[in-house]
Each structure stands twice: as structure tokens, then as C-alpha cells.
Design a protein. Structure first.
Length: 221
């Protein structure tokens, strides 16, 4: 099988691990990366498109593949202006979904977050919820939304508050059982593995929480 995948956000933590998963998978012959900066990877599978992601529509002719993986996201601390925040967390994934629909790409896997709710009074959760709703409205045949809780791993940025939260969560993780499993901290590699498996094994379900992503990643499929 010679599949082509698109990744948006390959320079990020989870997107970078997803890229590694696809490079190692013999089923993928081409991996198109749409980003603002180049990745530090020389795999012959990679085709890079250095673009303005806020104007993704201008890349329509190159936006062709079997699957799209969208790992785009920012934080309130990193992007304080709410208009720019929404342009990134809502605008880019939605633009990607619309291009996927236009170019007849039948699989779209997007990272959202736990707590996403279009009716929320919390701006972050509301933006994620509105993004999910608009993407689902595109009616792409295989659409999968992943909602991880706090993501572990080491980032390049110096996020003191996040490091403290991760330390606390690592201690609390064993206490999250039953219906609380979705609150467990999850490693980005686990998310990446689950996203790839979702694209390759169609599901009846659309939205997946952290504990479900853990189960998918561990499955033998």
C-alpha cells in the first residue's frame, strides 16, 4: 500500500511523534507537511510545504492525500490575543477540513482537547467545541476527534505551570479509575499511535477521550 498522508503541526510535540510513526510505517510512501517552519527530518517520504497556515486555502492544489492529521493548537499563555487564538485553534483545523472535503479526502483526524464544548462559557473550551462542530459539518466520511487530557512529554518551551501540573498528575494518575480514567495524563506518543490506528481502522465512534486513545494504542490492530 502506498498511502499519502498530510500532517499539520508536525513541528509540535504530538505531531512530531506522529510523523515518526508514519515514516516507520511501510504503508505510507508520502507524508506532506504543511507548516510555517521546516522539520529536522530528512526522510525521503517527506514533502514539505512551508506556508502561512492562516491562509491555508492558497495551498488547495497541493492539499491532496488519503488522510489528513491535524495536530494544530496553541495555548492561552502563548497566544494571549483571543482573535489570533481562535484563528489558530478554530481557523486552521476548519480550513484543513474544508480543503479535505473539497479534494475528496475521506479520512480526517484532528486533535481537540478534553472539555471541548461549543456551549461552554470558557473561551478555550468553547473554541475547541466550535471547531469540532464545524469540522463535523463537513461530513467527511471518516472523521475522528481525539480529546486528550493533559499531555505528558517534554516540550521545547519553558512552561513552568505545565511542568508543575504534570508532576502533580503523575502522582494522581493511579487514582483515576472507572469513569475518571479520561482525566489521566497521556503521553504524546500514545496519542500519535492512536491517531494513526484510527486512520487505518475505521470506527463507528467519532470522539475519543484519553482512556480510549490508550486502549486503541495498545490494541494489536
Amino acid at each position: 500500500m502506498n498511502k499519502t498522508a498530510i500532517i499539520l503541526g508536525a513541528t509540535g510535540l504530538t505531531g512530531g511523534m506522529l510523523l515518526e510513526q508514519l515514516i516507520a510505517d511501510k504503508n505510507y510512501s508520502t507524508i506532506k507537511l504543511f507548516s510555517r517552519n521546516s522539520v529536522a527530518n530528512s526522510s525521503e517520504k517527506i514533502e514539505e510545504f512551508i506556508v502561512d497556515l492562516l491562509n491555508l486555502e492558497t495551498s488547495a492544489k497541493d492539499f491532496t492525500a488519503d488522510e489528513v492529521f491535524c495536530c494544530i493548537g496553541t495555548t492561552a499563555a502563548k497566544t494571549k490575543d483571543k482573535n489570533r487564538y481562535k484563528a489558530i485553534d478554530f481557523g486552521i483545523p476548519v480550513a484543513a477540513a474544508k480543503l479535505a472535503k473539497k479534494n475528496h479526502i475521506q479520512t480526517f483526524v484532528v486533535m481537540s482537547s478534553m472539555g471541548a464544548n461549543e456551549n461552554s462559557t470558557v473561551f478555550y473550551n468553547k473554541t475547541k467545541g466550535e471547531m469540532e462542530r464545524t469540522i463535523l459539518q463537513q461530513n467527511i466520511q471518516n472523521t475522528y476527534i481525539v480529546r486528550p487530557s493533559l499531555i505528558g512529554g517534554n516540550r521545547d518551551e519553558n512552561r513552568v505551570g505545565e511542568r508543575i501540573a504534570k508532576g502533580v498528575m503523575s502522582l494522581l494518575n493511579p487514582l483515576f479509575v472507572g469513569g475518571f480514567k479520561k482525566y489521566k495524563m497521556i503521553h504524546p506518543k500514545t496519542i500519535a499511535i492512536a491517531m494513526k490506528k484510527l486512520a487505518n481502522h475505521p470506527q463507528n465512534q467519532t470522539i475519543f477521550s484519553s482512556n480510549e486513545l490508550e486502549e486503541i494504542a495498545k490494541s494489536k490492530k
